[in-house]
Design a protein around this ligand. Structure first.
Ligand code: PA5
Length: 414
């Protein structure tokens, strides 16, 4: 563990160089060097799927699906998408898969099977089941045209099957691991199918890269300050739990993506900050008590977005039975904003250190936009890699996950 940490900008610059040179650091270049041909292919295959499918089932687990799901849910793309996304292969529940098959019944659909290794059990099983359903509905030849495989460009079971069967394919770039892959075809293809403005997603990430990690901005970089401060809180103050908090329920899967990113990147060699998450104000009525008064080994990172412009308001009533007259005509976003300030104040007074990451996007009717999410994705990916390197661990491997897979395969008699 390195103890020489205090907002040391030279060290930050060195670590950023290390990330760029790491064989698994290619995600760092996605915002500004995304291959144009690949981008066009994503758009054209997405258009084809939109034309012939009501649903695209994204089959993958961990980094192979969480990024796409995070953006899909945060932007509520399902409410406007011509072709909606469904997610499978991220658990081993027969009930879930049956439910999904029922949803597909009577609809046109395609499959996007996403697995870098091509051997992960959960997506592999779901793919078999869903492929069978696809063949039953369309016949072998048409089914093959409705399968898009996103996998290793050179090897692996899924790669080999895709080549042998002539599926459309996208590459999971060799130098990018699952949890850093949302801005690669892993996330961009399904999101494009769902109608997401993937160029805006990349441009938000580009904006983050330019303003937060370019050498001339390091000293006023919130990203660097966040990465170093969280390490300081862990190393010097014994805070080994970080809670990501926001007031927006549609960020539930963003939280899940964030937890995987930090958990798998940092939690190794007996080290790391445990990543947890809450959605307020819901969780103020469950975990709020612990946050306010429980063990003081926690710090909290708040996400705050610019307020929605067409907020609902509290209606007028003839009586005042609920005693809410003092809020008459008040916008919900304003009330939520006050609850936000009150929570930060209360938790700080309870001895919790807090960060607030404020995401403003004046080009969007509410702060949650492709651009702001692209910014945040790159923000956290880079902060996470810096943080893990401060802990002295490799941000890009996941030996613990491999262990579970080995044990499971043994028990299953593979
Ligand atoms: O971040 C990671 O590397 C993991 O979460 C993987 O994405 C996950 O285990 C799925 O692996 P694969 O894409 O090989 O099926």
């Amino acid at each position: 563990m390195r103890n020489d940490i205090d907002l040391d900008y030279n060290l930050a610059a060195e670590i950023i160089e290390d990330i760029k040179e790491d064989p698994m650091g290619d995600w760092f270049f996605l915002p500004d060097r995304f291959p144009a041909v690949e981008f066009e292919k994503i758009r054209s295959v997405a258009k084809r799927v939109q034309e012939d499918s009501d649903y695209l089932v994204c089959i993958g687990i961990g980094g192979s699906y969480l990024g796409a799901r995070a953006v899909y849910e945060a932007l509520d793309l399902g409410s406007t998408a011509r072709c909606k996304l469904l997610f499978a292969g991220n658990n081993l529940s027969s009930r879930e898969l049956k439910k999904l098959l029922k949803t597909l019944d009577g609809h046109d659909f395609s499959l996007n099977v996403i697995s870098k290794s091509g051997t992960t059990l959960e997506p592999a099983i779901a793919f078999r089941v869903l492929k069978q359903a696809l063949i039953k509905k369309y016949g072998e030849a048409e089914a093959k045209k409705r399968i898009i495989a996103t996998t290793d460009p050179e090897k692996g079971a899924l790669h080999d099957e895709a080549v042998a069967s002539g599926y459309e394919t996208f590459d999971v770039p060799l130098g990018i691991g699952g949890r850093y892959s949302v801005l690669s075809p892993v996330g961009l293809f399904p999101l494009a199918v769902a109608g997401c403005d993937i160029e805006a997603l990349l441009s938000g990430a580009r904006e983050c890269k330019e303003t937060q990690v370019s050498p001339e901005h390091l000293e006023d970089s919130m990203l660097v300050s966040y990465a170093f401060s969280r390490f300081y809180l862990y190393d010097e103050c014994g805070c080994d739990v970080e809670v990501l908090a926001s007031f927006e329920p549609s960020l539930l899967y963003f939280n899940e993506w964030w937890k995987q990113l930090f958990g798998e990147s940092e939690g190794k060699d007996g080290q790391g900050i445990f990543p947890a998450s809450v959605i307020y104000s819901t969780d103020l009525h469950s975990l709020g008590q612990y946050l306010q008064d429980g063990r003081r080994n926690i710090f909290e990172t708040f996400l705050r977005f610019s307020p929605e412009q067409d907020s609902l308001t509290v209606p007028k009533t003839a009586d005042n039975f609920d005693e809410l007259d003092y809020l008459e005509d008040a916008e919900l976003t304003k009330i939520s904003d006050k609850a936000f300030d009150a929570t930060v104040k209360a938790h700080e007074s309870g001895g919790i250190s807090t960060f607030t990451i404020e995401v403003l996007d004046s080009t969007s009717p509410h702060g949650l936009s492709e651009r702001s999410l692209g910014f945040l994705i790159f923000f956290f990916e880079t902060a996470c890699a810096i943080s893990a390197m401060l802990h002295g661990v490799d941000p890009f491997n996941q030996p613990g996950v491999e262990k579970y897979k080995k044990e499971m395969f043994k028990l299953l008699g593979k």
